[in-house]
Design a protein around this ligand. Structure first.
Ligand SMILES: C[S@@+](CC[C@H](N)C(=O)[O-])C[C@H]1O[C@@H](n2cnc3c(N)ncnc32)[C@H](O)[C@@H]1O
Length: 267
């Protein structure tokens, strides 16, 4: 029988909410009030705020928060004027978004689902897809880019955060003791590269299983889906040793090109 990583990660993220993982803690009413006044910022990666000029005008814009539960970016973008739909695998993560939306009366809908299958949304449904670091929880990332492209309208924007797979090269235990010891390979998978004992330890801590995709799949996958890449920055996770040597997170801005009408022949 094959292991159902999606079912595993759904439960793991539900439990991360109970554990208070930082990516599950919703924004407070003060942040929502400030966002309503135009004072807001959101992240795609561990620490850097996404530049404001990466966003299209948000007033009335249909925004999909893709694998973006936790009551964080979705509610802030809604307070800034967008009509937000948050899709996430974890019911408890989505409950965080709903709690903020009810508390602060925001235009926000939640949908439980897998980031690789957006069939419930018609082509061209959104003007912005906001996809913070989360595709490391699926074994195959290219369907995410294809679906994001389909559900965006022409001219729509995809903002994504993801890990540089170098993040996964080093032995985690050695890194906790201050040593960087190369151990794994890219593409990386917790299901393949860890020992049974290491996986059992992750399971005991309710940790989701992760995957380190190649940059060819992360950046090349966006280009192959049809996007035009317009901007990129890197970021560091200050809690990781390897990040003292290189940034291990990236954020990209990509645009679905406008449809070109065939030129009418000259008279
Ligand atoms: C690190 S959190 C990201 C959300 C957070 N608001 C942030 O600021 O980055 C990763 C999210 O991905 C979601 N997730 C994991 N696997 C998923 C899948 N296959 N489809 C949709 N969401 C998924 C988790 O439930 C979790 O909410």
């Amino acid at each position: 029988m094959t292991f159902d990583v999606t079912a595993w990660n759904r439960t793991a993220w539900d439990r991360q909410v109970a554990r208070g993982n930082r990516w599950t803690v919703p924004v407070g009413p003060e942040q929502i009030a400030a966002a309503r006044r135009g004072d807001w910022s959101v992240v795609l990666t561990p620490t850097k705020a996404v530049p404001r000029d990466w966003f299209p005008p948000l007033a009335g814009l249909a925004v999909l928060g893709l694998a973006s539960g936790g009551g964080q970016q979705g509610p802030l973008l809604a307070a800034a004027g967008a009509k937000v739909t948050v899709l996430d695998l974890s019911p408890e993560q989505l409950a965080q978004d709903r709690r903020v939306a009810e508390r602060d009366r925001l235009d926000l809908t939640t949908v439980e689902g897998d980031m690789r299958d957006l069939a419930r949304f018609a082509d061209g449904s959104f003007g912005l897809v906001f996809h913070p670091c989360s595709n490391g929880f699926v074994p195959d990332v290219r369907p995410v880019w294809r679906e994001a492209f389909r559900v965006l309208r022409s001219g729509g924007v995809l903002l994504s955060g993801f890990a540089n797979p170098a993040l996964h090269l080093f032995d985690e235990e050695a890194a906790k003791q201050g040593r960087l010891e190369p151990r794994h390979a890219v593409p990386y998978s917790d299901l393949v590269h860890l020992t049974d004992a290491e996986r059992a330890r992750l399971a005991a801590e309710d940790e989701p299983f992760v995957f380190g995709h190649t940059l060819e799949d992360q950046i090349g996958g966006q280009l192959d889906a049809g996007f035009h890449l317009t901007a990129l920055y890197e970021d560091r996770d200050p809690t990781r040793l390897v990040d003292q040597r290189m940034p291990t997170f990236l954020a990209t801005r990509a645009v679905k090109p406008l449809l070109r009408r065939p030129r009418s022949p000259a008279p």
